[in-house]
Ligand binder design. Structure first.
Ligand SMILES: C[S@@+](CC[C@H](N)C(=O)[O-])C[C@H]1O[C@@H](n2cnc3c(N)ncnc32)[C@H](O)[C@@H]1O
Length: 220
């Protein structure tokens, strides 16, 4: 059953908002959620951050900043990118992000995956539930950019959607087979690889078959 908000407008379940690319509705539904588990696992894998020389993380498809906030909290410098202006505005409005921008520890880029120019010197590339929304025609070049940004000893964390996901029939996004995902990481040690392949019923209503790969990997 879909719950109603105080104005009696039905609220979209988050997966329906994402299906329609209604990102403001998605961010509303996700407000207050903590950082993604894959990001937390990747951050836990690094040594304690040196405050005199904090490492740089790229947050690709950062949305409203739930992961960027965690990276900043742990002392990282962050480059956060997303094409959606509402997500960027929400990220900038977070007190910890506003303070980090003022301190020069957070740079924000409103750009598409296709057009983004990644900064040099990153140690971590994080892309939580964002890369599946890359247009298929741009995927190879986008992944090449991201892979090139991860140094030896650095990490990638994030999600890919699989070929058995309900949304794989949608032509505007990128779905990969298990073999294709594993192939992306031939130069990495897979520190965490979880394949989710299950039907779900959202508590706010709606059904979806999820096929998602959750990945944390360190480059060899
Ligand atoms: C499901 S949300 C995930 C947001 C955030 N990483 C999180 O974990 O909550 C997908 C994000 O990808 C962004 N996105 C979708 N297509 C994009 C594109 N072509 N270029 C850049 N960002 C894109 C959306 O604006 C949205 O913020």
């Amino acid at each position: 059953m879909t719950t109603a908000d105080p104005t009696n407008q039905p609220q979209l379940p988050p997966h329906e908002a994402a299906e329609r690319r209604d990102w403001p509705a998605y961010f509303d539904r996700m407000e207050g959620k903590p950082a993604r588990e894959t990001l937390v696992t990747a951050l836990d894998g690094f040594e304690t951050v040196d405050p005199d020389g904090p490492p740089l993380a790229l947050d690709v498809g950062c949305g409203a900043g739930r992961d960027a906030a965690e990276m900043l909290e742990r002392g990282w410098r962050v480059w956060a990118q997303d094409s959606n202006p509402d997500g960027i505005a929400r990220l900038r409005a977070r007190p910890e992000c506003a303070a980090a921008i003022a301190a020069g520890r957070l740079e924000v880029a409103q750009a598409s995956f296709e057009s983004m120019v990644l900064p040099q010197g990153a140690t971590l590339v994080n892309a939580s539930f964002s890369l599946p929304f890359c247009p298929p025609g741009a995927w190879a070049a986008v992944w090449a950019k991201l892979d090139a940004a991860v140094p030896i000893g650095g990490r990638f964390s994030g999600q890919f959607f699989g070929d058995r996901d309900d949304w794989s029939v949608l032509e505007d996004r990128t779905h990969l087979t298990r073999a294709q995902v594993l192939d992306l990481f031939s130069d990495y040690v897979l520190e965490s690889f979880r394949e989710e392949d299950r039907p779900s019923t959202c508590t706010l209503g709606g059904h979806k078959h999820w096929h998602v790969f959750h990945v944390v990997a360190r480059k060899r």
